[in-house]
Design a protein around this ligand. Structure first.
Ligand SMILES: Cc1ncc(COP(=O)(O)O)c(C=O)c1O
Length: 402
């Protein structure tokens, strides 16, 4: 006999099927969960027998598949094997983890860092180690889900403020009667919009209310600042944040997350961040690959300049042609189509024109602002940007977006 709990669970399964089926137009099917195989050394991918120009990847520095990074991963496997001997606090730490943590700390101008097994875990673990019941967190409305989840798990009181609006944050902090930690968390670069947090103004507001400021550099490391060091460098190192954190799965073509700060703070996190304490260490291949990629980033800052130059060029072409790219000022360029259906149809037309531009729809973005999330990488040479621009405009005309 089926238990009552199983029946309740089946209702949830059925609800998901109904919700997703509602989205599953032909266009949706052609754009979701597709198996992409990268074409080595190029920004192209093979998918179901077609070769397309990938314009929606996350490997901003173009180091995905880089021979040096692959070699470092192989070497790490040769030395340490494929898995981890458990959690970092017990047998899971290797010299490679310590080397990676030193390198990250040095690169982001902090004394110490800690590496997690994902960026998601880094956010959940860090927030939970800073805040708990009695504390208060203040989140930009567009903060990443891992920040929101971390705050919910922490038990702290959650307040949202309007996107990139320091005055609204000011009022929210004013209204707070928390006597505990006040923690403001923002993304440095917003993943679906490509705009940058107004750091100097946020710092001012935080200081006025005695609040800590934490930034998530997931889409900023390797992308903004003259040498890719993120949001502080973008604002000429005039303003410092209290806690900074990021991933190793985007510009750095590996997996994992990191948080950087004072040695005392990192010591605390080692014992208080539960996703760090209770989950296996980052695998050796990922650790070695991340370490090599950060070293390449430091030696080849021209990759950062390339991303910034080609992003600005594509954005200018699209906006001059009448496309809506929102407030983007980074390698992430949203091409806003309107309804979810319009975004799916636009993605399909782009694919027919030879490029992958992946749709992002509600609830990930507000209703009516569904878009293709375009991202420029250092693998995109000027001719690729020209090819993409042509395809975006041909498809936009076909979909009556311009
Ligand atoms: C802003 C931001 N933070 C954190 C994460 C999570 O990182 P990861 O995929 O490495 O777990 C993401 C991933 O998309 C992100 O966009």
């Amino acid at each position: 006999m089926v238990s009552a709990s199983w029946q309740r669970f089946e209702e949830k399964i059925a609800a998901t099927h109904t919700r997703v089926k509602g989205l599953e137009t032909n266009s949706h099917r052609r754009n979701s969960f597709m198996p992409y195989t990268p074409v080595a050394g190029t920004p192209y991918v093979d998918v179901n027998g077609e070769r397309l120009l990938m314009m929606s990847g996350y490997s901003y520095l173009g180091l995905y598949g880089d021979e040096r990074v692959n070699r470092a991963a192989h070497q790490a496997i040769e030395t340490y094997g494929t898995g981890a001997h458990g959690v970092r606090a017990l047998a899971g730490t290797t010299p490679l983890h310590e080397e990676l943590e030193s390198e990250i700390a040095r690169f982001v101008n902090r004394e110490a860092s800690l590496v997690f097994s994902s960026g998601y875990a880094a956010n959940v673990g860090t927030v939970g180690a800073i805040c708990g019941p009695g504390d208060a967190v203040f989140l930009d409305k567009y903060d990443h889900a891992s920040i929101v989840d971390g705050c919910q798990l922490s038990g702290a009181a959650i307040t949202r403020f309007r996107h990139n609006d320091p005055d609204h944050l000011d009022r929210r902090l004013q209204d707070s009667d928390s006597a505990g930690v006040k923690l403001v968390i923002v993304d440095s670069v917003y993943s679906m919009d490509g705009d940058i947090a107004p750091l100097p103004q946020l710092r001012k507001v935080c200081d006025a209310h005695g609040a800590l400021l934490m930034v998530d550099e997931a889409h900023a490391l390797g992308v903004i600042g003259g040498t890719g060091r993120g949001i502080e460098e973008h604002f000429n190192n005039q303003v410092a944040v209290d806690i900074k954190l990021g991933t190793l799965s985007k510009g750095i073509p590996s997996m994992g997350g990191w948080v950087a700060g004072t040695p005392e703070m990192i010591y605390h996190l080692r014992y208080a961040a539960r996703p760090f304490l209770f989950s296996a260490a980052l695998a050796p291949a990922q650790t070695g690959a991340a370490l090599e990629a950060i070293r390449i980033l430091e030696q080849e800052p021209e990759r950062v300049a390339h991303i910034q130059r080609e992003s600005a060029r594509l954005r200018a072409i699209l906006t001059e042609a009448g496309m809506n790219t929102g407030d983007s000022e980074t390698a992430v360029i949203p091409v806003i189509a309107g309804s979810d259906e319009q975004a799916y149809d636009y993605a399909t037309s782009c694919r027919e024109a030879g490029i992958v531009g992946l749709p992002v729809v509600t609830p990930a973005v507000p209703t009516g602002l569904a878009r293709l999330r375009i991202a420029i990488t250092a693998r995109h040479q000027p001719e690729h940007i020209d090819q993409a621009a042509d395809a975006f405009l041909v498809a936009a005309a076909k979909c009556e977006l311009i």
